[in-house]
Design a protein around this ligand. Structure first.
Ligand SMILES: Nc1ncnc2c1ncn2[C@@H]1O[C@H](COP(=O)(O)OP(=O)(O)OP(=O)(O)O)[C@@H](O)[C@H]1O
Ligand SMILES: [Mg+2]
Length: 248
């Protein structure tokens, strides 16, 4: 976690940023708070992000909501090619490193534009961010040693080499595939111009991603939001309260 201390005096305001888990050497955050909401497909991310934004706006905060892949931007082009099946008919057409690079390019271009325009002390809420590479792509790697090597690579590549801001909080929406798969199946999506994308039409990818997510959430000490009770989704309000209690 990151601690932020502000000192006022006759010197200009100084913001001290210190870390207990990893050095943050690259990006000045100007008092912004970065919150990443993660989870496998259909785990209720957008539903909760909309409520969280509404809550923060009600608190008078400046809020920026950013969804990745950023389908509004041309930077998502390579990801669209991958998810739309142009590079191969299944998620395995690119290995974890190859696919991660495409998503990282989208984030780099998007954040380059967004960060320069953010008012100080903004809340930036990500609907999927760097941790999604860890969740969706780590699931492709079975060996623990190789998976850990990949996770270390993602962390270094995106946060240090590409200088993307490291989230202050990562929420992992924990929804077992047995619950979310039904939701994914029911849904049609226009995201890539096809009915469902190559991740969504592959139940094995969902299960692999879920298992990877549980592993990575523990390893990186993300905040797990337990969204299911007795095999069913908890109510939207109940989940919202869990999230708000962590933000306060
Ligand atoms: N707690 C809940 N109880 C019941 N239904 C829910 C709950 N949360 C979300 N849903 C429903 O589940 C569906 C998926 O939710 P949402 O779009 O928020 O998930 P998502 O994680 O953003 O999905 P994706 O990964 O595909 O972007 C929506 O139809 C939403 O209304
Ligand atoms: Mg969504």
């Amino acid at each position: 976690m990151r601690g932020v201390a502000k000192r006022r005096g006759f010197l200009p305001q100084v913001t001290l940023v210190f870390f207990t888990h990893a050095p943050y050497t690259c990006h000045m955050n100007q008092g912004h708070k970065f919150i990443s909401i993660e989870g496998t497909d259909g785990s209720g991310k957008k539903t909760q992000i909309d409520l969280l934004c509404k809550y923060l706006l009600g608190q008078g905060k400046h809020v920026e909501k950013i969804a990745f892949p950023n389908y509004e931007s041309e930077s998502s082009g390579p990801v669209k090619m991958y998810l739309g099946g142009e590079l191969g008919g299944s998620a395995s057409c690119l290995d974890a490193y190859q696919a991660s690079a495409l998503y990282a390019v989208d984030r780099l271009c998007t954040m380059k534009k967004v960060l320069s325009k953010l008012p100080d002390d903004s809340y930036v809420i990500f609907d999927r961010y760097v941790p999604s590479n860890m969740i969706h792509q780590a699931g492709k790697i079975k060996s623990k040693k190789e998976r850990d090597k990949f996770l270390k690579w993602v962390d270094k590549f995106e946060y240090e080499t590409l200088k993307l801001p490291r989230p202050d909080v990562v929420f992992f929406m924990d929804v077992a595939p047995s619950v979310s798969l039904e939701i994914v199946k029911q849904r049609t999506t226009q995201k890539t111009g096809k009915k469902i994308d190559i991740h969504e039409r592959d139940p094995k990818h969902l299960t692999d991603a879920y298992n990877a997510a549980k592993y990575v959430a523990k390893k990186f000490k993300w905040t797990t939001v337990d969204c299911v009770k007795d095999g069913k989704f908890k109510s939207i309000e109940e989940i919202h309260d869990i999230i708000i209690n962590h933000i306060k």
